[in-house]
Design a protein around this ligand. Structure first.
Ligand code: CAA
Length: 246
């Protein structure tokens, strides 16, 4: 099965880049959004030099207007979206008693509201065409909570609530909706955690190392083929064994 159109939000980030490459290598037409044009164009040129052609559409997924315009631009460039990976995410880590409403809102809008903002403009087309794949990139910290991440854990847990509701509503239309919950992956986001704190976290990972972005891209690709059509509403943990809750 090739030639589907995939939209990966936040595709220029660490995990996003690996997902874009994996989907493109599988023969899909891949697009991502961006906020900073200069950075995005440089990223696109780098991937092109590696043999990956990824379409770019401007838009901040934290607002509904921007997200809808971005989706329409993706449709114009590569066609209607068959595969949506809600991957865009940020952190604003701090203990809750110090957290500002801005830190709360930025994380909720970018990580959770984005799921509404981007999925809403693609869902009707998927239902009409009777095929779709929607995959939320949540987090181990949405499953177990994390000191310093009340905003992030709330958003990431919310993403799976979104998954299991959408999965029920859209199963009859050939659309599966699933979540991938990465653990600590060696991206800029995790490397921004103070080294001393990070080392303590790595010590709690049974594999004894941070994950690789490609290991998350592999988990995402699992949900896409036609033979994955029976799997919907699942939450796939990819965390090196750090959290094994059901
Ligand atoms: N459990 C219990 N106590 C903890 C703790 C924990 N997990 N983490 C920190 N503390 C304690 C510290 O021991 C310290 O106690 P003392 O004052 O008694 O020494 C106190 O809390 C303050 O800790 P810090 O010195 O670290 O405080 P800070 O204000 O400078 O920073 C923080 C707080 C921002 C939460 C910082 O600890 C931090 O960045 N933690 C990591 C949070 C994290 O894991 N973020 C993940 C980012 S990557 C990501 O999100 C991707 C993904 O999906 C996995």
């Amino acid at each position: 099965m090739t030639g589907r159109v995939a939209l990966v939000t936040g595709g220029t980030g660490g995990i996003g880049t690996a997902i874009c490459k994996r989907l493109a290598a599988a023969g899909h037409k891949v697009a991502t959004n961006y906020r900073n044009e200069e950075k995005a164009k440089a990223w696109q040129a780098r991937l092109r030099s590696e043999g990956f052609e990824i379409a770019l559409a401007k838009g901040d997924v934290s607002t509904a207007e921007d997200a809808e315009a971005m989706v329409r631009e993706v449709e114009r460039q590569v066609g209607p979206v068959d595969i949506l990976v809600n991957n865009a995410g940020i952190t604003r880590d701090t203990t809750f008693h110090r957290m500002t409403s801005q830190q709360w809102n930025e994380v909720i809008c970018t990580n959770l509201n984005s799921c509404f903002n981007v999925t809403r403009p693609v869902i009707e087309g998927m239902r009409e065409r009777k095929w779709g794949r929607i995959i939320q990139i949540s987090s181990i910290n949405g499953q177990k909570g994390q000191y310093g991440q009340a905003n992030y854990a709330a958003a990431k847990a919310g993403m799976h609530g979104f998954t299991i509701s959408l999965a029920q509503e859209n199963a009859r239309f050939g659309i599966t909706v699933n979540t991938v919950s990465p653990g600590y992956i060696g991206t800029d986001m995790v490397m921004a955690v103070p080294e001393e704190v990070r080392n303590k976290i790595v010590a709690q990972i049974p594999t004894g190392r941070l994950g690789e972005p490609e290991e998350i891209a592999y988990a995402v690709s699992f949900f896409i083929p036609d033979e994955a059509g029976w799997i919907t509403g699942a939450n796939l943990s990819a965390n090196g064994g750090q959290y094994m809750g059901w």
